[in-house]
Design a protein around this ligand. Sequence first.
Ligand SMILES: Cc1ncc(C[n+]2csc(CCOP(=O)(O)OP(=O)(O)O)c2C)c(N)n1
Length: 327
Amino acid sequence: MSERKIESVDDGRWKAVLRCMMLSRAIEERLVRLYHQGRIFGGVYTGIGQEAIGAATSLAAGPSDLFAPCIRNMTVHLGRGETSLNVFRQYLGRASGPTRGRDGNVHYGCTANGVYAMISHLGAMLSVVTGAVMARRRQGRDAVGVAYIGDGATSTGDFHEAVNFAAVFDVPVIFLIENNKFAYSTPNAEQFRCKQLVDRAQGYGIEGLCADGNDAVELFLLAQDLMSDIRQKPRPILLECDTMRMRGHGEHDDFSYVPRELLEKYAARDPIAQARSRLAEAGLVAKAAADDIELQVRSEVDQAYQQALEEPVPDPADLMEGVYADR
Ligand SMILES: Cc1ncc(C[n+]2csc(CCOP(=O)(O)OP(=O)(O)O)c2C)c(N)n1
């Protein structure tokens, strides 16, 4: 936990954190509905229930920092400046979208925002962001990185290679494990034998920390501290966040293998509801102001969806464009 107090951050910043989580929730709830109505090309994988992690860390960072979001990090895209319009273009396969209709869901990014597009192979983006941060710093430019990874994906060889490399070369990257208890239907107990994943930090000779992944306020304060610390004294950190995936792996999955009591426990710790009440109690974002943000994001989502719907899908004649580099 950070030593710093909630009041050390101004209300505008806290409103941005709330807005990011609310916008992500509103977009994803709409995507869920559209998926079940058969209106989405490809699958829908949401971060519903995990919004605090990406919102807090992406908004605590500086403008030149680099991010490797994973499947459940809509809040990282939004926190770094992606628009809801572009998100709908992506999921509706529009030619105007970030992948120009080539991909229907999570495999997009925006290098101008410092966000690398993920590829499907879990763990593979960890060394990409590590290398990118290292390269920037060698060029004398400022950068720290955040790489997001699920509990299941920490079992990949890529995870080991990236963390070990960053440890040896003191690369300032936060390897942020979102422990949501399941990798698809595989529970933690069938995935790893250590008590907590953060225990692995010791084996790499780096610091490891645990945090409540549903507490956006504490995470924001912690992320600010950690980022400023590793910016001054470059080194990687392993940060394990406790959270819960509140829907299936994707919308095709009824997640009947998840005990209902577990879902109820985390429903009572919803990240948006928690942040709202904590910020209201602290006198930083009143209930009425939070209600206004909620209304604004809902209407933004309606407009973005309608606009994306009216835009064209790609021309089949362009299919091979952007597949190979021109030589
Ligand atoms: C290397 C690799 N193995 C398997 C998969 C298929 N796969 C995609 S998501 C997923 C589950 C990932 O679980 P976890 O890392 O815990 O993240 P979560 O989905 O729980 O957020 C699997 C097995 C993949 N994409 N890449």
